[in-house]
Design a protein around this ligand. Structure first.
Ligand code: GDP
Ligand code: MN
Length: 383
């Protein structure tokens, strides 16, 4: 689950990281009022709150001299779209004079199977770009979760960023607090970019990004409550509410599958036969026609979808329930694209009877079904 910058800042602040205190505005007037209250006649920054990086380059982060200019910037930034996401809120925060920008981040690293602290003096910009072009400028320290980030590890990396020992100590302290925050909220990523130094020698966090591991949300209801549905893809919100595991992709073959493993195998096979999956969708193990109706509604709302493929292996899931779901759904909203159905396993004969009576063909062979779906998606695109 993604958090907004203002939410991530609040978490870091609670753990003692120095972050300038700002407030959220949904209108230019609110932005003006906040700026007048917290600005004290000094410059401010107005920042788009969307779940995406690179806002600075996209024009979503602007310096303002006073409250009037903050309101003008807010008017421009509110409602703008950055990489497909609409800006509903801006953060208004006192500006800091910057002398240097570094990167400090923690991820869960597959290779070392631990949290990994990464720092670079080449901060401010895309860290992915630094990693791709000048990987030697990134320094790393794996953290043993039994002991946490140790003082010598933090100071060792901080000395890669700053020659000044006071600044290095301040940065090391921030890294340890960042790790504590990362661990406390169940994050899969926590980063500060830029970690800035000021002309008077202070070290402060000017941006914050925290991604929560979805599996941790049950343990952290106060973090789960931070979810912003309006900032997510509507199809993913609808899927979560229907109890489906769904990830939207860019292809044209809509996939409706039971079980994550079969869903992955189905996507592989779609690619193998020259198609592109439009989504990952696992209707889960339970038998429930309503889930199938919800799944079909979500998949068929995607304008990129040119064909829909059902791939069901009936175990706990009963094929007849899926068949009933398909018949119900297509009765409620006629599909505009071809449907290819493959089902096998529990109550397969009954399912085939239900589908045939309703005018659908049902296959049992997975390769054959995928080939047909890919071909139909391709024909649909040509049409
Ligand atoms: P991002 O582009 O989405 O990562 O947004 P950031 O919050 O990192 O802001 C982008 C850039 O704006 C930073 O790298 C800074 O150069 C600049 N910026 C952000 N806050 C301040 C500030 O308080 N003062 C100054 N001078 N620049 C800032
Ligand atoms: Mn940033």
């Amino acid at each position: 689950m993604n958090l907004h910058e203002y939410q991530a800042r609040e978490i870091l602040r609670r753990h003692g990281v120095p972050v300038p205190a700002g407030e959220i505005a949904a209108t230019p007037e609110e932005a003006r009022a906040i700026a007048a209250r917290i600005g004290g006649g000094r410059p401010l920054v107005v920042k788009a709150q969307v779940h995406i990086g690179g806002r600075g380059k996209a024009g979503g982060v602007k310096l303002a001299r006073d409250a009037a200019e903050a309101a003008a910037h807010a008017a421009k930034i509110l409602g703008m779209t950055i990489k497909g996401l609409t800006v509903h809120n801006v953060l208004v925060v006192p500006a800091v004079d910057i002398t240097s920008e570094s990167y400090v981040g923690i991820i869960v690293d597959r290779a070392s199977q631990r949290p990994l602290l990464m720092v670079s003096a080449a901060g401010g910009v895309d860290i992915e770009e630094v990693a791709a072009k000048t990987p030697e400028r990134i320094y790393r320290a794996p953290v043993d979760p039994r002991y946490g980030l140790l003082p010598h590890q933090a100071l060792g990396l901080a000395l890669r960023l700053y020659r000044d020992i006071a600044q290095a100590r301040a940065a090391a302290d921030i890294m340890r607090k960042l790790y504590e925050a990362f661990y406390a909220v169940g994050a899969s990523l926590a980063e500060i970019n830029p970690l800035a130094t000021t002309p008077d020698g202070k070290v402060v966090a000017l941006d914050a990004k925290v991604v929560i591991d979805d599996n941790e949300l049950d343990r952290h209801p106060e973090i789960a409550a931070l979810r912003d549905d309006s900032a997510e893809a509507p199809s993913e919100v609808a899927a979560r509410e229907a109890g489906l595991t769904f990830i939207k992709l860019d292809g044209s073959v809509g996939c409706c599958v039971n079980g994550a493993g079969l869903a992955m195998a189905t996507m592989d096979l779609v690619k193998y036969y020259g198609g592109e999956p439009a989504n990952f969708l696992d209707i889960g193990g339970s038998s429930n026609p309503q889930k199938v109706v919800a799944a079909l509604r979500i998949i068929s709302a995607d304008p990129n979808v040119r064909a829909i493929l059902f791939n069901i292996f009936g175990g706990i899931t009963r094929c007849d329930d899926v068949a009933n779901g398909i018949v119900q759904a297509t009765g409620q909203f006629p599909l505009k694209v071809p449907l290819v159905i493959r089902l096998t396993g529990t109550n397969e004969e009954l399912a085939v009877r239900i589908l045939t009576q309703a005018g659908f063909a049902a296959l049992t062979d997975m390769d054959e079904a995928v080939k047909q779906a890919v071909a139909k998606a391709r024909a649909g695109r040509a049409a």
